[in-house]
Design a protein around this ligand. Structure first.
Ligand code: ZN
Length: 881
């Protein structure tokens, strides 16, 4: 095993010396010794091929046979290690190589390459898993046409699936075995290869494409769970239709297959025609899935489906270009969900995730550009920066170009690069050419890491009827990048007049302002608006038009006005968050002195008005009433973070709001309870549940007997998982005597449903109590836990480290020590899941000195261990740097 993995650099890219046109695979499946034969049609691709040396990559790969153009290769003409197969002398002309390997799928706990999940054989090849199946030019710029034959015992694996269309199948007489052959006519990189074999249940449907072709749709799952796939199937059909309507993109094979498996390192995988999913993003029914689960299923189904064009038909030249498929596809799935649900609420939710996950990454030791320029271990770059900030960059492109030119650019991108492995430059050139604009400065969004900070200052001259808005931007230094240049940043805005309507103006100078968008391009710019009839309240960054931090000198009164009157829903929400955050920051400082700041009664009043404003969507009202999280506050503080003080300040504000709104909460809860009928996962119903559960949460904050009794009734009478889980969450988060009984009741009700037990593990792990660490440790031995299943691990240990601020960050350092012990053990079996858990240490330098010391000690202890996986070594090294 490689311990000191070499660095890969974007600037070192070279086209492959050889390429592969066709791949014929034959899998003879057996649990501990699957035989794989790969017949590769190879040809020289660059001058380098003339040297005659061919290197194919492996990873723990076991060679069993090797033939070149049908003849066995003599031992002195090749060498094979688990990592590399070298042929010393190959023809400088097309030839065929036949490689036989043996794979122990049962022993594969890394869940990369060929493995078994609950007895089902499945594969995961992105980014570098195909090399664990056979030696290969395992890089995304080698595009080949694959034909896959699978052979297995009929009883073990009645279902045999691979990419493409089915071409042949049958029994192998007298052996109890059978086979199937699949052919994928679209050239693809190896990371999109997939194969599945097992005994699975299925639901089927069909979709007629815009050109009138009928596509067969199938979703496979564990027997007995078929009914829980219905919503995923519905989401798939809507995704297929949406991509036709919005981007003119049609599906291209005769069949589209999804398989849900229970052991999966990530969310899901877009293998051509055969998507493999973590079952938590497929299965949903009212009794076991929350509204958030339904929304996630819809979003992930769409995401993987959309990859068929953005990722598969046009793939990435190399892994540095990962955002080319991921950022773009996240943007597409966000747009899809916005069209299916409420655009404003979806935007708030997406920005919340961006700020919670990407901002801390961008502001800490793991910061990297949307398109990284160096990596040691690519699987550590499936990050919020590549995905979520990558989506924001595409969104800004659309804002800058406008919807029509944006669509023209997308069309040109597909026209030019279909069937190719492309780069970020290819992508931007399509937009620059389609719209006739220069995107050279915009390109910096791909190469400069760090969240830009924008400082805004406004000044109104009533006599001159002039409003001056000065804007500065700066990008903070990040690892490997000290000097930054100003970026092209679109700031959507309005100048709010006294009655809430946006004010007009006659002229504007000092920069480009078009269609309510300021194009900030300089480090500092002053815009002068002439003919402004009244003092405006500036509403900047509407819809969060750029992934930046905005600091604006704005009074409490003006923010309150925005909460009530901004015609941009996002900024109404943002104004409420800003007001709450101001109080929480002051409150955190005050906690140290044992005092607490008073809460502006006008804030409570404004929140109450949002609560009762029936003109606003319930889901939006719920978002406004949810305070910034403890992690949000920590991120805002940046230095000397004391999670206990933060939690206390947040509790105090929540109580003040709950007390202030006491008279309005119970009636609102009662009103919302009237239309609780049979469950429907649609966005409107989900929004009403969200508001009702947010109200209940505030009611319980007062800890009144009535409120607690109400929450218990809520739990007992719920007819769906959303309400049931909300009640358990509320009761278990509060230090109430009811906590244990409710958690136990929830567990017992779902004792044999793994996905629901994940929710229970998460609830247990996030209890803000000094007993939680011990509880988490004992749950590692609970029968409902499973030491090798990534979903269980993330639910228990991931939630503890990632979502329990006070207990992971215990002042005695025991939380950190626990995570270090856990990681050192898990790393031997599943490096990818381990390194992802360790990301919880990313903000350790922002902690107050005592915790910081404990966190550093735990990280150093991991770093000292021998035989760390490359994944974990990379994360720990960068986190400590
Ligand atoms: Zn993706």
């Amino acid at each position: 095993m490689k311990t000191d993995a070499a660095a890969f650099r974007l600037e070192d890219y070279r086209a492959p010396a050889f390429t592969i046109d066709t791949v014929d695979l034959n899998f003879v499946l057996a649990p501990k010794a699957t035989r794989v034969t790969a017949k590769l049609a190879i040809r020289p691709n660059t001058d380098e091929a003339a040297e005659g040396k061919l290197e194919l990559i492996g990873d723990e790969t076991v060679l069993k046979g090797l033939k070149l153009d049908g003849a066995s290769v003599p031992a002195d003409q090749y060498s094979a290690t688990p990592d590399l197969l070298t042929l010393h002398r190959v023809p400088n002309a097309p030839f065929t190589l036949e490689i036989e390997t043996e794979v122990d799928a049962d022993a594969n706990t890394k869940l990369m390459g060929l493995y078994r999940s609950n007895g089902t054989y499945c594969t995961q090849c992105e980014a570098e898993g195909f090399r664990r199946i056979t030696y290969f030019l395992d890089r995304p710029d080698v595009l080949a046409v694959y034909t896959t034959r699978i052979e297995a015992a009929k009883l073990d694996a009645p279902i045999l699936l691979a990419n493409g269309n089915p071409v042949e199948s049958g029994d192998i007489p007298g052996t109890g075995r059978h086979f199937a052959v699949w052919h994928d006519p679209f050239p693809k990189p190896s990371y999109l290869f997939a194969m599945v074999a097992g005994d699975l249940g299925v639901i089927t449907a069909s979709f007629r494409t815009m050109s009138g072709r009928d596509v067969e749709l199938r979703i496979y799952c564990e027997h007995g769970k078929e009914a829980r796939c219905a919503y995923a199937m519905d989401a798939l059909k809507r995704s297929m239709k949406w991509d036709e309507d919005v981007f003119g993109l049609e599906y291209d094979l005769d069949i589209f297959v999804i398989v849900a498996v229970s052991d999966f390192n990530m969310g899901a995988m877009e293998n051509k025609g055969l998507n493999i999913f973590n079952d938590k993003y497929v299965l949903a029914d009212p009794d076991t899935a929350t509204d958030a689960d339904y929304a996630n299923v819809e979003g992930v189904i769409a995401h993987e489906y959309f990859h068929n064009w953005t990722g598969n038909r046009i793939t990435c030249r190399d892994w540095f270009q990962l955002c080319l498929k991921e950022g773009l596809t996240v943007f597409r799935d966000q747009e899809f969900s916005s069209d299916m649900r409420s655009r404003a609420v979806k935007r708030i939710a997406d920005v919340r995730t961006l700020q919670a996950r990407q901002f801390p990454e961008d502001g800490g030791p793991l910061a990297h550009p949307v398109r990284p320029e160096i990596y040691h271990e690519i699987s550590n770059f499936y990050t919020p920066t590549v995905y979520e900030k990558g989506a924001e960059v595409v969104r800004m492109l659309k804002t800058i170009l406008g919807p029509d030119d944006f669509r023209k650019g997308m069309d040109l991108y597909f026209e030019r690069h279909d069937g190719e492995a492309a780069t970020v430059e290819d992508f931007l050139a399509s937009f620059a050419d389609a719209a006739g604009v220069d995107l050279a400065q915009f390109h910096l969004w791909y190469s400069q890491a760090g969240t830009p900070q924008i400082v805004a200052k406004g000044e109104y001259d009533a006599d001159a009827r002039t409003y001056r808005l000065s804007l500065t931007q700066s990008v903070p230094p990040t690892p490997g990048q000290t000097l930054k240049r100003p970026m092209h940043t679109p700031i959507r805005f309005g100048l709010m007049g006294p009655n809430g309507e946006d004010l007009g103006y006659e002229t504007v100078s000092g920069g480009r302002v078009e269609n309510d968008v300021i194009h900030l391009t300089e480090a500092s710019q002053t815009l002068t608006f002439e003919g402004v009839g009244a003092r405006p309240v500036p509403s900047l960054l509407r819809g969060f038009s750029a992934p930046v931090r905005l600091a604006i000198d704005i009074s409490t009164a003006d923010l309150l006005f925005q909460v009530r009157a901004d015609n941009d829903a996002f900024n109404r929400w943002q104004a409420a968050q800003t007001l709450a955050m101001r109080n929480l920051i002051a409150g955190t400082a005050a906690q140290a002195k044992g005092s607490a700041p008073s809460v502006e009664p006008a804030l409570i009043e404004a929140l109450g008005d949002v609560l009762d404003n029936d003109l606003l969507e319930p889901a939006f009202r719920a978002q406004v009433l949810q305070l910034p999280s403890e992690a949000d506050i920590a991120r805002e503080l940046r230095h000397d973070v004391d999670p206990d003080a933060i939690a206390a300040a947040r509790r105090a504000l929540r109580l003040a709001i709950a007390t202030g709104l006491q008279d309005r909460l119970q009636p609102r809860y009662a009103a919302l309870s009237e239309d609780v009928g049979t469950y429907s996962p649609d966005a409107g119903s989900a929004g009403r549940r969200a508001l009702r559960n947010t109200v209940l949460d505030l009611m319980v904050a007062t800890r009144s007997q009535d409120a607690v009794a109400q929450a218990l009734r809520h739990f007992e009478t719920a007819n769906n998982m959303t309400d049931r889980l909300a009640a358990v969450g509320i009761l278990s988060q509060a230090a109430l005597p009811e906590r244990r009984a409710v958690l136990k009741a929830f567990h017992d009700r779902y004792a044999d449903d793994a996905l629901v037990l994940d929710k229970w593990l998460m609830l247990e792990a996030t209890v803000p109590s000094s007993e939680t660490l011990e509880r988490v440790q004992s749950l590692l031995r609970h029968p409902s836990y499973s030491a090798n299943n990534p979903n269980r691990i993330r639910a228990l240990v991931g939630s503890f480290a990632g979502a329990n601020q006070t207990q992971f960050n215990r002042v005695d350092g025991a939380g950190y020590e626990f995570l270090a012990d856990f990681a050192l053990d898990l790393d031997k079996r599943n490096p990818q899941t381990t390194s992802r858990l360790l990301v919880s240490f990313r903000s350790w330098r922002a902690l107050e000195p005592i915790r910081r010391g404990h966190a550093e000690a735990a990280l150093r202890r991991i770093a000292r261990a021998d035989n760390l996986s490359p994944d974990t070594r990379d994360i720990v090294t960068r986190t400590l740097a």
